[in-house]
Write a new protein. Structure first.
Length: 240
């Protein structure tokens, strides 16, 4: 009689439940789990359309360390086609200002949503050497006793092109120019924390510092993570 138990043990056959274990397929939930990326509270958040070449790795990590959310980013070069910097009217002989304008424009065009009316964007230029080509041309002209071109004199100031950017993109926040990316990101965070700006465009640029002789730049549009709104305690006693 007990030998009938194995027969009754056809229950494993009824254990076709493994087949019903196609449920893992229904576990498409992992696909929906990009939600952490969309959480405004995680630092160094990236727009889905963000181009992220290897050259952006260090700036993105630095932004995360500074507790900033990256809304969009851009770099130069990003592709093989990035060999000649597009010229910029009013700036001559040096690629510094045109390159800064190009990489900043890329980052601003990639912002996840259009800028809201009244949004205040600060600009922080980060450069170790500044526009060394314009400075060298001015120095050479002075040494030779030649007349210095007014354009060269104007653009030898590293943040001269920020005026063009502000007018072109309606950037109404404060402007800073520092040496060192960490310092630049700290200033961006400070401007946002002090309510001097809602976001900051940080552009890190230097001319032909690498062995391959390429000019390089990176731009990050950053803000602070959204802070949760404190709600009043419904059960708190009402004081007259």
């Amino acid at each position: 009689m007990t030998a009938l138990k194995p027969v009754a043990s056809v229950e494993p056959v009824a254990s076709v439940e493994p087949v019903a274990s196609v449920e893992p397929t229904a576990s498409v939930e992992p696909t929906t789990s990009p939600e952490p990326t969309a959480s405004p509270e995680s630092p160094a958040l990236l727009s889905p359309a963000l181009v992220d070449p290897t050259s952006l790795g260090p700036p993105l990590r630095a932004a995360a360390e500074a507790g900033l959310v990256v809304l969009s980013a851009a770099a130069w070069p990003e592709a093989a086609a990035d060999d000649l910097v597009p010229p910029l009217a009013g700036f001559i002989e040096s690629a510094f200002s045109p390159l800064l304008a190009e990489v900043a424009a890329r980052a601003l065009r990639r912002r996840p949503r259009p800028a809201a009316p009244g949004l205040v964007t600060a600009v922080v230029v980060v450069t170790a050497g500044g526009d060394v080509i314009s400075a060298a041309r001015v120095a050479a002209a002075v040494d030779a006793g030649r007349r210095v071109s007014p354009l060269l004199f104007f653009q030898s100031v590293p943040n001269a092109v920020v005026g063009y950017l502000a007018a072109r993109w309606d950037l109404t926040g404060p402007v800073a120019c520092v040496s060192g990316l960490s310092a630049g990101l700290d200033i961006a965070a400070l401007l946002i924390d002090d309510a001097d700006a809602d976001e900051a465009l940080v552009v890190d640029i230097d001319l032909a510092a690498a062995a391959d002789g390429l000019d390089r730049a990176a731009a990050l549009l950053v803000t602070r993570p959204a802070r949760p709104v404190a709600r009043p305690d419904q059960n708190a006693p009402i004081t007259p």
